[in-house]
Every structure is written in C-alpha cells, then in structure tokens.
Design a protein. Structure first.
Length: 115
C-alpha cells in the first residue's frame, strides 16, 4: 500500500493550496480517508475526514468553512482544498486510509503559511 501526498508548499496568509493523496495497492473506494497535520512541537491532529463513498465529511473546528475534503474513487485520489490559509495552518499534512482495523499513512507534505 502506498499513499503519496503532494501539493504542499509556501503560501502567503490568505492564500490557497490544494493537497492531493494518491493511493495504490488498496481498494480505495472501501477506505475511509482522512487528513491529519502535525506542527512542530505539537501532536498530530485530525483535520478532516470523508467516508468511503464521500457521503459523510467532518472537519476540525479550526478549519471549518475554510478547508474542503473530497475524493475521486475513479482516480484513487484524496484531496484537501485549503482556502484563507493562516500561519497557524503551518504543519506537515498527512493522509490516512482506514478500514476496519487496517490503517495506512502517507509520508506527509509540508505546508508553510508565511509572509
């Protein structure tokens, strides 16, 4: 199983980024998917999650209304559209695939919000 994140980078406050997570080696449409992030010196935290067919989405309070999680099961890809970015959004962002007791993580992509 491989989960490969991309789309991170340096962006100014108020800007936007779109993260992608390409999955392989698993039946993507069977897995619930999530985005997590970890800032320096802090614990990894859940950002957003989406059910296997995309019918249910949940967001952490700090990103509600600014971030949108989506998935394309035909392309085995998970997305995170991030708008109105703030310096406190700076972190390494990870995607996670989960099904029953199985869980897989990507290697992460750095997002830095700074002027």
């Amino acid at each position: 199983v491989q989960l490969v994140e991309s789309g991170g980078g340096l962006v100014q406050p108020g800007g936007s980024l779109r993260l992608s997570c390409a999955a392989s080696g698993l039946t993507f449409s069977s897995y619930g998917m999530s985005w997590y992030r970890q800032a320096p010196g802090k614990e990894r935290e859940l950002v957003a999650s989406i059910s296997s067919v995309g019918g249910s989405r949940n967001y952490a309070d700090p990103v509600q209304g600014r971030f949108t999680i989506s998935r394309d099961n035909a392309k085995n890809t998970l997305y995170l559209q991030m708008n109105s970015l703030k310096p406190e959004d700076t972190a390494v962002y990870y995607c996670k695939a989960a099904y029953a007791r199985l869980a897989y993580w990507g290697q992460g992509t750095q997002v830095t919000v700074s002027s």
